[in-house]
Design a protein around this ligand. Structure first.
Ligand code: FE
Length: 341
C-alpha cells in the first residue's frame, strides 16, 4: 500500500516539477528493493543532516530496472538500491548507472564489494551458508558446498529452486571460482542428493530441516536472525534449534552477496545521490543499516550485530561480486541442463 502512495506522490511531484515538501528542499529519489522500517529512520537522519529529502519507490529488482529502462532520461530516480550484486551488474550492463568518483566510497567499501568501474557500491553483506539440525548432523561432518554431493548426503539436503536469484548467484560464484565443468558436476551431485524437489523460501528450507524432511539446508544467514525475532513461535524454535555452518572455510570461502546501490545514468541530483550512498556506507549508518536485517556491514571499521558475532568470523569467497552477474546466464543454463528444478 505504502509504495503505491509513494508512487502516486512521486508522479504528482514529477508533473509539477517540484519536491514533495515545501519546494525549497533538495531531494533525491531512491528506487529500492529493500523494505525495512529502519531504512526509513536512516533516510530521515540523512535529511536532518543534509537537508536532502529521500523520495522512495519500492518494487522488486526487475520492476525497478524495467522502469528505469523505459523512463530513460525522464526518470525521477537518482539512486538504484538492489539486494543482489548480479542484478546491479545487469543494471550496469544495460547502461542504467553512471560511474562515481568518491574518495569516501573508495575508503568505506572494499574494492571486491563494488563494481570495478565504480558503477555500484556494496552496502551490506549476506552469506549463503549451511544450516543443520544438531541432533542429526555434527559440524565435523560438514566442510564445503561440494561435499554435499558425496553419497552420505543422499536425500538429506534442501535448497531453493533454480529460478531463485540466491540459487543462481551461488552457482555463478562457483563458476567464477571453480569454472564451468566443476560447477556443472556440483549442480549434478547436489540435485542428486536433494531430499525432494525444491520448494519454498529460505525460511521454509530451515523449517524442512527442523521437521526432519532434510538434515542440511543451504540458506542466507539473516533469515536465522529474522526467525529468532519472529512473531511466530515455530520460527523462533527453528532459529533456536538449528545451527549455522560456514562452508569452504579451509578452501575458497563462503559465497556472499550484497545490498548495493548506484547512481542512475540520468540522475537529476548526482551530488545528492553520491552523498546519500556515502552516508549509507558511513560508520554512523552502517551498523544500523546492516543490523536491520542481520547482515554484515561492508565498512570494515563498523562493529557487527551481536548475533552475527556469535556465529564467529568467516572467510568469504575472494572474488569481485560483479562476477555474479557476469556468470549469471551460464549458471541458469547449467542448472537447467542438470535438472535443478
Ligand atoms: Fe532474502
Amino acid at each position: 500500500m505504502k509504495k503505491w502512495i509513494a508512487l502516486g506522490l512521486m508522479m504528482i511531484a514529477g508533473l509539477s516539477g517540484c519536491t514533495l515538501s515545501d519546494g525549497s528542499d533538495e531531494s533525491i529519489t531512491l528506487f529500492t528493493q529493500r523494505h525495512y522500517d529502519v531504512d526509513q529512520q536512516l533516510y530521515d537522519q540523512f535529511y536532518e543532516e543534509t537537508g536532502i529529502k529521500v523520495n522512495i519507490v519500492s518494487a522488486n529488482a526487475d520492476e525497478l530496472m524495467n522502469r528505469l529502462a523505459t523512463e530513460g532520461e525522464d526518470t525521477a530516480a537518482d539512486v538504484l538500491l538492489l539486494v543482489d550484486a548480479g542484478k546491479l551488474h545487469l543494471a550496469s550492463e544495460n547502461q542504467l548507472l553512471q560511474a562515481v568518483e568518491s574518495d569516501v566510497l573508495n575508503i568505506n567499501v572494499p574494492s571486491q564489494l563494488r563494481s570495478p568501474e565504480n558503477l555500484w557500491f556494496g552496502l551490506t553483506i549476506r552469506a549463503r551458508v549451511l544450516v543443520y539440525h544438531p541432533d542429526r548432523v555434527s559440524p565435523s561432518e560438514l566442510s564445503t558446498y561440494q561435499a554435499l554431493t558425496e553419497p552420505e548426503w543422499e536425500g538429506r539436503v534442501v535448497t531453493r529452486t533454480s529460478t531463485n536469484i540466491y540459487s543462481q548467484s551461488l552457482t555463478a560464484s562457483l563458476i567464477a571460482v571453480y569454472g564451468e565443468a566443476a560447477t556443472r558436476q556440483w549442480v549434478r551431485g547436489l540435485v542428486n542428493n536433494l531430499a525432494h524437489s525444491p520448494r519454498g523460501n529460505d525460511r521454509d528450507q530451515a523449517k524442512q530441516v527442523m521437521s526432519g524432511e532434510a538434515d542440511v539446508a543451504i540458506m542466507n544467514t539473516y533469515y536465522m536472525g529474522r526467525m529468532l525475532t519472529s512473531a511466530d513461535p515455530f520460527e523462533q524454535e527453528v532459529a533456536q534449534t538449528l545451527r549455522v555452518f560456514f562452508p569452504n572455510q579451509e578452501t575458497t570461502g563462503t559465497h556472499i552477496n550484497l545490498s548495493a546501490a548506484g547512481v542512475t545514468k540520468y540522475a537529476k541530483n548526482v551530488d545528492g545521490a553520491i552523498k546519500f550512498i556515502e552516508f549509507l556506507s558511513s560508520e554512523k549508518a552502517q551498523g544500523i543499516f546492516a543490523a536491520a536485517n542481520y547482515e554484515y556491514p561492508v565498512n570494515p571499521r563498523v562493529e557487527m550485530d551481536d548475533l552475527l558475532k556469535s556465529w564467529g568470523p568467516f572467510k568469504a569467497q575472494d572474488i569481485n561480486l560483479a562476477l555474479l552477474g557476469v556468470h549469471a546466464q551460464r549458471a541458469v543454463i547449467i542448472m537447467d541442463e542438470e535438472g535443478w528444478e
